[in-house]
Structure formats: C-alpha cells, structure tokens
Design a protein around this ligand. Structure first.
Ligand SMILES: Cc1cc2nc3c(=O)[nH]c(=O)nc-3n(C[C@H](O)[C@H](O)[C@H](O)COP(=O)(O)OP(=O)(O)OC[C@H]3O[C@@H](n4cnc5c(N)ncnc54)[C@H](O)[C@@H]3O)c2cc1C
Length: 495
C-alpha cells in the first residue's frame, strides 16, 4: 500500500481533505493531473461554515490578509458588498441572525495556495503532480489506481480512495456512482480580455437572446441555448466571439483570451458518497450553478466531515457505522444547495414572466424576515445533522459558533483556538465536573477544557466533534451525562 488514503485531485477540497486526514493520524497521498495549480478565477470567497472550519485549524490570519482586497474586488465587480440570490444583490449581512458568523473573501487560487502550505506543514510533500488517474479497481482489501504521467503509467494502492477530482470526476465514473439530476438551462462563457473592440458592445444586461456581463478586464455571456456539443473542450476565442455576436449582435474580435471558462447550471448529485472503499467529496459529489457562491462552502465542509471519520476507519479504530454517517450527513446538505440553485436558475431565465417574478422576489428581499430566510438558505448556518440520540440542546447537530470562553482568571480563549489539534473537544463549566468524569475513558481521543462560556447563557458544556459539529451540549444545571456517554460512544474510538 502506498498510503492510508489516496486523494484524487489537488483542488481546494482534496487539499483540505488530505490535511484533515493527516491531522487525524492517516497518511494521505494526493494525485493531481495538472503540473501547476490552476489560475482560473473561480470562487471569490467561502461561506461562514468553511471559514470557521479553517479558523479552527489556525488559518484565520491567512484568510484575513485577503479580506480588504476581496471587499474591493467584490464592490468593483458587483457594485455591492451584499450577497445575492439569482443575481439580486440584496442579502444584507447586517440583517442576518448571526451577523458575526461571516465567510472569507479570498480568490480560489489564493485559498488553494494557503491550503497547499497548510498540508505541506502537516504532511510534507504528499502531492504528486502530473499524475492523472485513468483506471481504478477496488476489492475487499483496498483500491488500486492506474496513473498516467509524463513517465508513463504506474499503479498505486491504498485501503481507501476519495475522488476530489471536480465536477467531471473520473473517479465517480470509474467507480460506478449514479449521478442523477437536471440538465442545464443556461451556459455561461467568460474570458479575461482587454480587446479594444469590447467598447462597441452595448451596456451589460439582458438582450433578446441572452445576457451580457462586464467587469474590468472581463467579458461574459449567458445563453439559454447553444450548448456546445462537447462540454469537455476548452472555450476558444472564436466560440466567445460567436456567443457575443448571438447575444449582442456586435462582432468583436478577441485576439487573445486568458482564463477561458465555460460552465452551465446543470445540477447533479451522486446518489451516495461511498461505494465500498471509494468515496467522493466536493464537486465530484455534486455540481450546480455557482449562483450564491455555495460550492466551496459545501465541498470544504464535506472534507472536514469526512477526514476524521475516514482516518479512524482506515486505522481500524472507528466506532461501528462511523463512515456511513458521511453520506447520511452530507448528502441532504448537498441536495438543499442543488434545490436553491435550481430556483435561482428558474429566476434567471429570460422573458417577461420571469422578469415579473424577479421583481416580486426583489421586493420581498426588502422585508427583513425574508432577507434572513434567503441568507440562512445560502450561508448554511442552519444546517443541523440528525444524530442517533436525542438532541436536547438547540446547538446539538449544528456547527459550533466560535464561542468565547473564560478558561482561568483573566484568561479567555475561543473555541477555534482550542481546536487546532483536530481532536474532539469537551468544554465544561467548573460547576459540572461530572462531565469530565464520565468522559475519562475517552481522554486519549479528546481534549477536555474547563471553562465558562461567556456569550451564551444556555450553554454550560459541549462536546465538539473534530469537524466542529456540536455532538452534545448542556445548559446550566445537572448535565445529561447519559446522552453524553452515548455521544462519546457514537463518535470516538471505543474506550
Ligand atoms: C465561475 C465560477 C465561480 C464560482 N464562484 C464560487 C464562489 O464564489 N463561491 C464558492 O463557494 N464556489 C464558487 N464556485 C465553485 C467552486 O469553484 C467549486 O465548487 C470548487 O472548485 C470545487 O472544488 P473541488 O476541489 O471539489 O474541485 P476542483 O476545484 O474542480 O478540483 C479538482 C481537481 O482535480 C483534478 N483532477 C481532475 N481529474 C483528475 C484525474 N483524473 N486525476 C487527477 N487529478 C484530477 C483537477 O485538475 C483539479 O485540480 C465557482 C465556480 C465557478 C466555475
């Protein structure tokens, strides 16, 4: 075996998954077909859940270094700092239920660099570039892939393999995952260019045949037919020219294109995220329109959900059924994102009927409750995993906010500062010593901290899983230690 887990794809999800695996004690090996990281300007930010997950691993400062630039870029390109639903930029961060829980504005290529450095600091040089997975077989002992590179083909094996190889995932196809969903309604073509002829284009906006979008150094179209026959082929300057001609009636020659990008709003999701020893995460498991900027929040949270579970399973120390909770928890979250992106696609179709509907949704977004409804839908903060035991506290099953804790006289810490080890964390008030007592047998897999939570008066103790989900929580008064023991048995290696 060449590793405990082979991760296919060194995009953001593969890099974070490999780091999480290493943190949890597994040896990952990452196979990436590209010689260099992609410079395509894709995501311009990550949602609050993913940002909190990275802060828990000590990457907060690195993210914050890009914030100012990100705010400026977003204001320049969208004319607003607000979030959007179907390009209606009205979702107001200040109106949201938990306004302190915010995402990070960072371009995807910068995020990938931070994640690559984080992985190297934990695991050394485990990314093999110019290694394209072209074949895969699994049996009851492990998975073997055939990898093609400049030096020819070779085989590599591991007990488990995760496809983080993007929307057109080879792993998904080779392993036989079903990928049901809906066909595209629109195709976006985008290039980076300063071609002088662009000045002749009309103002950005709807036309009779599509929509034109502009930002400094960038031009893009949306069309509702004219899908390319082979979506795997890269967008060319000529295809962009023809699209501009169809949408605006203006023939603009584009001598050179940089960063050509073509994507659709096809929405598909793997029927399960695991077949035997092969798993999927990120875009390999779900594709949808980038409307609302949810792809990375979703994919990075797949990675943090899976890393510790798979590491424990590969080491043979996972509680029964732990790995199955990955699909059980993450599939519904992905399905919800597909659902709202389909609604956004419907609201983005051309024609007077949809335009009327957009006007009404836009007016509704002026109502604070509606604004919060849409914000909650897109930021994922309301995500609540269902656990196989009673959830007696409102935080159980939800991502733990970055609570402030008093850990000693004049000493305060935050949850994220206590989670760098990647182990589960049990926090309890000094008045609840019984919590630490019952957790004694699990001490080998758990950090226990005596502290008082200062920013919630309904919380005296919490068990936080390695992925930041609250596994159990208790208010002031006698703690429900029976359920705590069930939670510890459910998530941690047998005591
Ligand atoms: C225009 C655009 C804007 C977007 N904006 C946002 C946004 O604002 N916010 C947001 O959250 N999301 C956004 N997204 C979505 C986001 O970019 C994706 O969700 C994200 O890239 C998914 O990461 P990933 O690691 O799963 O896959 P990818 O980033 O696609 O990475 C997959 C990796 O696998 C490699 N690979 C593929 N096949 C093989 C193989 N056979 N062998 C070895 N390696 C292989 C690829 O080279 C690649 O490096 C946007 C997407 C687009 C297109």
């Amino acid at each position: 075996m060449d590793a405990d887990v082979i991760v296919v794809g060194a995009g953001p999800v593969g890099l974070l998954l490999a780091a999480e695996l290493r943190l949890a004690g597994a040896r990952p090996l990452v196979l990436e077909r590209l010689a260099e990281p992609s410079a395509e300007p894709k995501a311009r930010g990550i949602g609050p859940l993913a940002a909190e997950a990275l802060r828990r691993r000590g990457l907060g400062e690195a993210l914050d270094a890009y914030r100012e630039q990100g705010v400026a870029d977003k204001a320049r390109d969208h004319g607003s700092e607000k979030g959007h639903f179907a390009q209606i930029f009205k979702i107001d961060p200040a109106l949201q239920e938990e306004p302190d829980r915010v995402g990070a504005l960072i371009w995807q290529r910068d995020l990938e660099r931070i994640l690559a450095e984080h992985l190297t600091s934990l695991a050394g040089d485990v990314v093999m570039r110019e290694c394209e997975v072209v074949a895969l077989v699994q049996d009851d002992r492990g998975v073997t892939v055939t990898v093609a590179g400049p030096a020819g083909e070779r085989r590599l094996s591991a007990p488990y393999l995760v496809g983080c190889d993007g929307g057109r995932s080879t792993v998904r196809k080779l392993a036989g995952f079903g990928f049901p969903g809906t066909e595209p309604t629109s195709v976006v073509r985008r290039v980076l260019t300063d071609a002088p002829g662009l000045d002749r284009l009309p103002a950005p906006g709807w036309t009779a045949t599509g929509r034109l979008m502009r930002a400094p150094g960038m031009v893009a179209t949306i069309e509702f037919d004219g899908f390319p026959e082979d979506r795997g082929l890269p967008l060319t300057a000529e295809e962009m020219r023809q699209s501009l001609l169809r949408v605006t009636g203006v023939d603009v020659e584009i001598p050179q294109v940089r960063g050509p990008l073509r994507f659709t709003d096809g929405a598909r999701q793997a029927a399960t995220y695991r077949i035997g020893r092969v798993l999927l995460a990120g875009d390999a498991a779900h594709v949808h329109s980038p409307n609302g900027g949810q792809g990375l929040n979703l994919g990075l949270m797949d990675a943090v959900n899976l890393g510790w579970k798979l590491a424990a399973t590969a080491a043979g120390r996972a509680p029964e059924g732990l790995l199955d909770t990955y699909t059980a928890e993450r599939h519904p979250v992905g399905a919800a994102v597909l659902h709202n992106t389909r609604a956004q696609s419907a609201l983005s179709l051309p024609g007077e009927h949809v335009a009327a509907m957009r006007d009404i949704v836009s007016d509704l977004l002026d109502l604070p409750d509606v604004n919060r409804y849409f914000g909650r839908m897109l930021n994922g903060l309301a995500t609540r995993y269902a656990f196989p035991y009673p959830a007696t506290h409102p935080l159980t099953g939800r991502a733990c906010p970055d609570l402030r804790l008093v850990t000693g006289p004049g000493e305060t810490r935050t949850i994220s500062e206590l989670c760098g080890s990647g182990r589960a964390l049990l926090v309890h008030a000094p008045s609840q010593p019984e919590v630490a007592q019952v957790a004694g047998p699990w001490r080998g897999a758990l950090d226990v901290v005596e502290a008082t939570v200062t920013d919630r008066d309904d919380l005296a103790a919490a068990l936080v899983r390695p992925d930041g989900a609250v596994a159990w929580a208790s208010g002031p008064g006698p703690a429900d230690t029976v359920t705590l023991v069930t939670a510890l048995r459910t998530w941690l290696p047998p005591a």
